[in-house]
Design a protein around this ligand. Structure first.
Ligand SMILES: Nc1ncnc2c1ncn2[C@@H]1O[C@H](COP(=O)(O)OP(=O)(O)OP(=O)(O)O)[C@@H](O)[C@H]1O
Length: 361
């Protein structure tokens, strides 16, 4: 990643907390004031993180970013909240060891490449810098909200409303179309890999994250690559498509099927295979869902979406606009920029839940 480094760290300004020109103080003064109820929470101390972390809290990383705390720990990397001391701005820093089990880890190199290629696309976080230290690769990027899984769990009824689900799906389809158009499949579409913006301008914009598992499905000239006879398992058990359970090469249709499972979880509150761990049992449950979608997708608009997804030909690009049109009735009269559930104490999700409970009595 050394070669592709975008910005070199400049010397950070040193300052005291009481000084109003200090970047940290500026942030305290201007931000984090009720703009978004879904700001990521940080773990401040090593003991809270359980294991030793890759960066140290209060460290001045690369002489520019003050590490405030750990936001998240994925299977591979760690995500920190930091303050950019040059720009008085909060950022997220993703860090991953360069070597895993003695082998060079390629995930973050791929992720960095795709983030740079897709800068300017509406559903991709801004990347401010990237590079490597002695042992780790890192990416400094735009700070986003908590992820969709956490947003759903914050709802008192553990699901989000039709209007919120519909608008999330419309944006997610757009995000996937942008990625597929440049020839890549994501291969890990799930609620934990989607977040919202956190400032006034982008708080209603959905961002797609984690491009560490992407794979080219088209050549640079636009032809589909030949599928391998047997592909390795890539993705997250709960959300991968049936074809992935059968170890088939992933195409954009598989990202769409993962989006369908994401939609079910957001609107209904869970997936029938939530507590299952065995791959075989999860696969069997997905087959049952595909066989009789009306039993699972109780909302008619989501059922239409499910049927459209199940009828996709994996070798043909999905009809993105048509899929968005199918979902438009789910949104009702909501506009993309109207408040979402978390800005209204989830009252619509609660109303819808109570109504469906009454009608099932
Ligand atoms: N830019 C960001 N702003 C705020 N939170 C973020 C940001 N990037 C990632 N996160 C949080 O960190 C979590 C893990 O991020 P990410 O999926 O990129 O890491 P990973 O190590 O690749 O994870 P996984 O093991 O799931 O593949 C996300 O679910 C999200 O909640």
């Amino acid at each position: 990643m050394g070669k592709t480094e975008i910005h070199e760290a400049e010397n950070a300004k040193s300052c005291s907390n009481l000084d109003n020109s200090c970047p940290k103080q500026k942030i305290k003064n201007k931000k984090r004031k009720n703009i978004s109820p879904i700001l990521p929470k940080i773990k401040k101390f090593e003991t809270e993180t359980g294991t030793e972390s890759l960066l140290k809290i209060d460290e001045m990383f690369r002489n520019r970013w003050h590490i405030e705390g750990l936001i998240g720990k994925g299977g591979y990397g760690e995500i920190y909240l930091a303050i950019d001391m040059n720009r008085a701005e909060e950022v997220a820093i993703k860090v991953e060891p360069q070597k895993r089990q003695g082998k060079l880890a390629r995930r973050m190199i791929l992720e960095q490449k795709i983030l740079v290629t897709m800068q300017g696309k509406p559903h991709v976080p801004m990347i401010f810098a990237s590079g490597r230290t002695d042992k780790n690769n890192f990416i400094v990027m735009q700070l986003l909200s908590i992820n969709l899984g956490e947003i759903r769990k914050a709802s008192p009824v553990e699901n989000v409303s039709r209007g919120t689900t519909g608008r999330i799906l419309l944006q997610a389809i757009g995000a996937l179309r942008d990625l597929h158009e440049i020839g890549y499949v994501h291969r890990d579409v799930k609620p934990a890999n989607m977040c919202f913006g956190i400032n006034r301008k982008n708080r209603h914009v959905l961002y797609l994250l984690d491009f560490g598992l992407i794979r080219r499905f088209k050549t640079e000239t636009g032809e589909r690559r030949r599928a391998r006879e047997k592909a390795g398992f890539r993705g997250t058990n709960r959300y991968v498509s049936l074809r992935v359970h059968s170890r088939l090469e992933q195409t954009p249709a598989d990202d769409m099927e993962s989006l369908l499972y994401t939609a079910h979880e957001l609107l209904i509150g869970d997936l029938p295979w939530k507590y299952l761990e065995s791959n075989i049992e999860i696969k069997q449950n997905k087959i049952l869902m595909r066989f009789e979608p009306s039993k699972y997708f109780t909302n008619p608009d989501l059922l239409n979406f499910a049927e459209a997804i199940y009828s996709l030909d994996p070798q043909i690009d999905p009809p993105y606009t048509k899929l968005q049109e199918i979902l438009t009735p789910l949104i009702g009269d909501k506009k993309l920029d109207d408040p979402y559930d978390w800005e209204e104490q989830y009252y619509e999700a609660i109303d819808e839940y109570q109504l469906s409970d009454e009608s099932s009595e």
